[in-house]
Design a binder for this molecule. Structure first.
Ligand code: NAP
Length: 244
């Protein structure tokens, strides 16, 4: 039986939901987090439990709030003992000129997309180091590699996630804990519902693969990273249909 316990932030929708399903199909115990759609997440967790026979605990918290993250990890430890796979997936976007952005909007993006990764790693790492085993996978973006006009704060947050991934990989390699990131291109989730049909068609024409990626494809890659050789660490792996 699979002994892995994975904590996935932002598991109520899109990529996080697909990762939860993929990891459940592999027999992992799950701790599923979100902030808003708590009832939906609970129903999804019950479905995964009955379909795959795995344990699935839901813990709502705002991952941008350090004290809430600490509380979530304490609750998770009470139920599962320890977590050996951490998927930092929760994230939000913001489209607009930097000069039109308020400091509160900036702080919301940075705390949700970047500080959350610090907080979750901060809480997960001591247990992993004690056991000299664990995996950390951060869900990042191609905009963290290249930067995007009108998404400066988002790009900055994901660029920092990429640097954090590389630095932490070096810090944790002696403890046999790989840290990697997945830099997504355009994935078919509600994050891209802001594009109308014409904008979507234009975007799809720009992507050599000719379509958006699916959340299930990102989930497949996350599972491959979760089971990859330990020597694969500090990598930012792009999944974008050849786009960037
Ligand atoms: P999504 O469908 O909007 O899902 C985002 C998830 O994050 C939801 O489950 C949401 O849950 C959760 N979340 C948001 N803020 C949170 C908070 N403060 N605390 C806890 N959970 C929170 O978006 P997605 O496309 O799946 O995005 C997942 C990750 O992929 C993000 O990090 C995003 O930046 C990255 N990404 C996506 C794309 C893309 O094209 N879709 C491209 C590159 C990178 P609730 O709203 O229920 O709380």
């Amino acid at each position: 039986m699979n002994q892995n316990t994975a904590l996935i932030t932002g598991a109520s929708h899109g990529i996080g939901k697909a990762i939860a399903e993929r990891f459940a199909a592999e027999g992992c115990s799950l701790i599923l987090n979100c902030k808003n759609d708590v009832e939906k997440l609970q129903k999804d967790a019950e479905e995964l439990q009955s379909r795959y026979g795995v344990r699935a605990l839901t813990l709502s918290c705002d991952v941008s709030d350090h004290s809430q993250v600490c509380h979530m990890f304490a609750q998770a430890a009470n139920v599962f003992g320890s977590i050996n796979i951490l998927i930092n997936n929760a994230g939000i976007s913001h489209i607009g000129l930097l000069s039109d952005m308020s400091i509160d909007e900036w702080n919301r993006i940075i705390s949700t997309n970047l500080t959350s990764v610090f907080s979750c790693c901060h809480e997960a790492i001591p247990h992993m180091v004690r056991r000299q085993s664990g995996r950390i996978i951060n869900i990042s973006s191609v905009w963290g590699n290249t930067g995007a006009s009108c998404e400066a704060a988002y790009s900055a947050s994901k660029g920092a996630v990429n640097s954090l991934t590389k630095a932490l990989a070096k810090e944790l390699a002696p403890s046999r804990i790989p840290v990697n990131a997945i830099a997504c291109g355009v994935i078919d989730t509600r994050m891209n519902e802001c594009f109308d049909a014409a904008e979507r068609a234009t975007l799809e024409e720009e992507i050599p693969m000719g379509r958006y990626g699916s959340p299930a494809e990102v989930a497949d890659l996350a599972w491959q990273l979760a089971t990859a050789p330990l020597y694969l660490t500090g990598q930012i792996i792009t999944i974008d249909g050849g786009w960037q």
